[in-house]
Design a protein around this ligand. Sequence first.
Ligand SMILES: C[S@@+](CC[C@H](N)C(=O)[O-])C[C@H]1O[C@@H](n2cnc3c(N)ncnc32)[C@H](O)[C@@H]1O
Length: 454
Amino acid sequence: MADKGKCVGRTPEGQVVFADAAAPGDVADVLVRKKKDDYLMGHLLTIHEYSPYRTEPFCQHYEECGGCQWQHIGYDTQLEHKQLMVENALRRIGKVQTESMMPILPADRTVYYRNKLEFAFSNKKWRTSEEMAQGEVAQQNVLGYHRAGAFDKILHIDHCWLQDSPSNEIRNALFEIAESQELSFFDVSQNSGFLRHVMIRVTTLGEVLLVMSFGERDEPNIKRYLDAVLERFPVLTTVAYCINPKPNDYWLDLDVVPYYGKGFIEEELGHVRFKIGPKSFFQTNTTQAIRLYNVVTEFAALKGTENVYDLYTGLGSIALYVANQCRQVVGIEQVEEAIEDARINAALNGIQNAVFYAGDVRNILTEEFAARHGKPDLLITDPPRDGMHPDVVKMLLQLEAPRLVYVSCNPATQARDLNLLNEKYVVRKSQPVDLFPHTYHIENVALLELKSRG
Ligand SMILES: C[S@@+](CC[C@H](N)C(=O)[O-])C[C@H]1O[C@@H](n2cnc3c(N)ncnc32)[C@H](O)[C@@H]1O
């Protein structure tokens, strides 16, 4: 297995080939799509010898979707490769000792594990080879996922195994209602059309949030459409929308207009209840998020007296999770709405020892900030995929918190940052946690201790 879920092999002449949809041990023909001087890249075409690690994918969209890249590989093998991915990155780039690496924590539930999914409306359907053979026309309305590598084509989804009921029912009804009301679907090439994008979020408390993006501010049609959806799904607890006239689907920078319900949903993670606004980051696998935060708590080993910083705090999830075990927790996050939620969440849970700041960690976390809030005894950091900015790493080295807990969704950038932190820190433990079965994505938690001087 290589990076991003691809397999790496060799041609009979010895040339390196990277292939999608392959499994370790396959002997296969690869349709080459990219030729570089020192490697080829392509897609698996015909398998001559099957890998012993293969299993039958259970999703009807697996071949075309690309969302769950590893459905053709047994779950135990997926876990082995995730473990190796983390270990290799941390050992090679992060200079982490193998003794500190703990075995991956698997997911109990390997289907319907996501609480959030997003789908795009389009008038350009990606036609499967079967549909092309049946002569389906190219210009067709569709609601589903972006096709990897084809920015303007959307794969129609009938059933997705990632999100629990009523997600599939709602998405399919959104399509049917749109067609019956003869509404226009978005046309990427013209940057026009009414229906654009939808996010569905469900919680274990039975709440369901729907956020629609419309390409045009057509109030009567917005009302007609959303009322029909609400009538069909009384289970929806909050419906909101935004108007997106931009050339891309990104909607987090747009105003979200509440349409129905309280404007947010609620979820419980262990002992903490969270209010989640439409724009706030929240771990997408609720059950495994609890497991992840329990690892953080275990690594943190708080005694009740500590001053804790939680960088990239989102809506304060980790900060509030550990607040009852320390003297004070200080959270920093760049999305202002998330920080508003964090403060509301603190109040909701009667937590009085948590303070939150909105802004880029790079600008907020300074020597002066640390002087004002007290130097951290423990610093928790959970940056996005790109990892921490080198200036932030520099600041951590300056602050010299006795312990750091580094949560990451990208072992490569985590390893890069650990390598920089190596100047003053040693990695004591590394614990991978699987939050995303059937994909190559993996979370890893590392515990770092300040090296003793002299
Ligand atoms: C992987 S999430 C972690 C959120 C939270 N710790 C949790 O477990 O739910 C990363 C968070 O960092 C925020 N973020 C990204 N870049 C940032 C920056 N430069 N400064 C502050 N926050 C940032 C994102 O908005 C997001 O909420």
